[in-house]
Design a binder for this molecule. Structure first.
Ligand code: OMD
Ligand code: FE2
Length: 443
């Protein structure tokens, strides 16, 4: 269930707007980005998330006004983070063409000593960070807040889907508090750290090496609906105060080309006093998703549940779609209401934040995961099939449920960890074994 905490923090509304925010009044220069001397002698610094010449509707960049520029850092040394964080698909892995499912990932006994970075475990990945294509699906299992440790990912943006416990993401642009049921997106290259106010925490992550996530086109749906831009929340500028005035030492961990590096810094990297621009972390509460479904008959394609999409260079064929299955009414007449049996060229990684997923009432549990790769047949388990084939089709509320999917044009390659250490459900395929040939058995 989503936690009852209310987030009292201040945010700016919208997705990919020209945000403008100052922690100290007057810290943003007026009328220009880079005056000879910026207000309060802050250092202007540009972060570009797209090529300078990317089309206007794609272009993302922000100007940060900070106490010291990011070039002021110690030398990087190799760092072995986690050990279970993999970048890109491992082509040497022999991937069975079976449907795969994992039981909920258990929090380890020493979880209180593990922070977000070291707690990331990759279940499956595809593409190649250097080719700027593909995604990874991770789970994090962590219980310790990053205190004087910051992280920056040069390989991709990070989509957070907390499942148990809140995450408080302190970033260069400010702070986001994200509870289960909400999601957050941190752009590639933005420094952040994660605090875990509820202790032992678990969640899913999509690391996106490709084009940044954006809201999908709405086509005939029109100008409103699904995830509305105004419900996304960007942080307000906030620089870190500490007992040394922001000048206590930090460790900066960087993921760069799939490898991890660590550098000491003499001061907090969260030293941005004001910023403006359209590149920013954001969060979104899925309760605000305006869900659309069939009000006549048939089960529509799940693309109607797309929250965010990362396009590839083939129109309509996503590098990754982030899709949710939120609480909703089912009213379709003379229809088998759960998902149909299917196989799909797109590859589907799924997780469950809370409740039950209608295609898999048994076996798919919150904190677990499933993977149905390209052209792997799947669909409702036996129990779901029997129930839905005989259900009285009155309007039915699917309540208390939040499943999601990372859907990609590229086949997900499960990791060594996923196949050999994670709690793989060896009996998954049995959930369909009892589906009988009923042809001609009934009048
Ligand atoms: O396989 C799944 O459970 C995800 C899914 C849901 C749906 O409603 C239609 C197609 C689909 O792949
Ligand atoms: Fe599917």
């Amino acid at each position: 269930m989503s936690s009852s905490h209310t987030d009292e923090r201040q945010y700016q509304s919208g997705f990919g707007n020209e945000y403008a925010t100052e922690a100290v009044a007057g810290a943003l220069p007026r009328g220009r980005n880079s005056p000879q001397r910026a207000p309060f002698d802050l250092y202007p610094e540009l972060i570009s998330g797209t090529a300078f010449t990317a089309p206007r509707h794609e272009n993302r960049r922000s100007w940060l006004y900070r106490r010291r520029p990011s070039v002021v850092a110690g030398r990087y040394q190799p760092y072995r983070a986690g050990g279970h964080w993999q970048t890109g698909g491992d082509r040497a892995m022999a991937v069975s063409p079976e449907p795969l499912r994992w039981h909920p990932m258990a929090l380890p006994a020493d979880v209180a000593d593990i922070d977000f970075i070291d707690g990331i475990h990759t279940l499956a990945a595809n593409g190649d960070a250097d080719a700027q294509a593909g995604v990874a699906a991770h789970v994090y299992l962590a219980g310790r807040s990053m205190e004087r440790r910051a992280f920056v990912n040069a390989d991709g943006e990070m989509l957070f889907v907390p499942q148990q416990g809140r995450v408080v993401i302190t970033s260069e642009m400010g702070v986001l508090e994200v509870k289960p049921g909400e999601i957050a997106l941190v752009p590639r290259g933005v420094v952040f750290k994660v605090a875990l106010p509820d202790g032992a925490s678990r969640g899913y992550l999509c690391e996106n090496y490709g084009a940044h996530f954006r809201l999908p086109e709405l086509g005939p749906i029109g100008s409103n609906g699904l995830a509305n831009a105004r419900d996304f929340q960007a942080p307000v500028a906030a620089y870190e105060h500490d007992d040394q005035g922001g000048n206590a030492a930090y460790e900066l961990v960087k993921k760069f080309g799939g490898r991890f590096w660590s550098a000491p810094t003499s001061h907090s990297p969260f030293n941005v006093v004001a910023w403006h621009g359209n590149l920013s972390p954001v969060k979104y509460d899925t309760v605000n998703f305006m869900t659309i479904g069939s009000i006549s008959f048939d089960h529509p394609d799940p693309s109607i549940f797309t929250v965010l999409t990362s396009p590839s260079d083939t129109p309509g064929t996503a590098n990754c779609d982030f899709v949710i299955f939120p609480p909703r009414w089912l009213v379709m007449e003379n229809t088998f209401r759960p998902p149909w049996y299917h196989r799909n060229i797109m590859s589907e990684f799924m997780g469950l934040v809370y409740g039950e997923y209608d295609a898999k009432p048994g076996g798919f549990k919150p904190g677990g995961a499933s993977l149905h790769n390209a052209m792997v047949p799947h669909g409702p388990d036996e129990e779901a099939f029997d129930k839905a084939s005989h259900a009285d089709l009155k309007p039915q509320k699917l309540d208390n449920t939040l499943a999601f999917m990372f859907e990609s044009r590229y086949r997900f390659i499960p990791t060594e960890y996923a196949m050999n250490t994670a709690p793989l459900d060896a009996d998954y395929a049995d959930c369909w074994a009892g589906l009988k040939d009923q042809f001609g058995t009934k009048p």
